[in-house]
Design a binder for this molecule. Structure first.
Ligand code: AMP
Length: 122
């Protein structure tokens, strides 16, 4: 259980159901990956589990082994597909209020294709 309740009306739930279109770049039984609608880098892919997990803590606590493996497989698929192996990338998962998570369905931002800059501006 998560301390927050999953909101079925979030935009990524609609993308998973197919009610809203997204530019899907990779998909398997457990994971879907699509382009961010407001890209912050030349490569900006969102990697999300298909099941209902609010954030990384929810996923870490409640997903099964197959789902966990699938997410890691998706990371390497995207790295390969967008040629990020040598140049590098940043993987971010915002969570909750302090993490400024906007969409309450676990997602990882994979950003690359240029120098992404400092991790945090202090
Ligand atoms: P976060 O602040 O980590 O919750 O990021 C949510 C991300 O979802 C933002 O980068 C948005 O640009 C992106 N986003 C919101 N709606 C859509 C959509 N319909 N298709 C693709 N990306 C979206």
């Amino acid at each position: 259980m998560n301390s927050r309740n999953y909101d079925d009306s979030n935009i990524f739930a609609k993308i998973i159901k197919g009610d809203i279109k997204a530019e899907i770049v990779y998909e398997n039984d457990n994971v879907i990956c699509f382009k961010d609608i407001s890209p912050r880098a030349p490569v900006h892919i969102l990697i999300i589990p298909k099941n209902k997990y609010i954030d990384l803590n929810d996923f870490s606590s409640n997903s099964n082994t197959e789902e966990k493996i699938s997410i890691f497989q998706a990371f390497s698929k995207i790295v390969k597909k967008f040629n990020l192996e040598k140049s590098g990338y940043r993987l971010i998962s915002n969570s909750g209020k302090d993490g400024r998570q906007e969409v309450p369905h676990l997602h990882f931002h994979m950003l690359g294709g240029k120098d992404i800059g400092k991790m945090l501006s202090l």
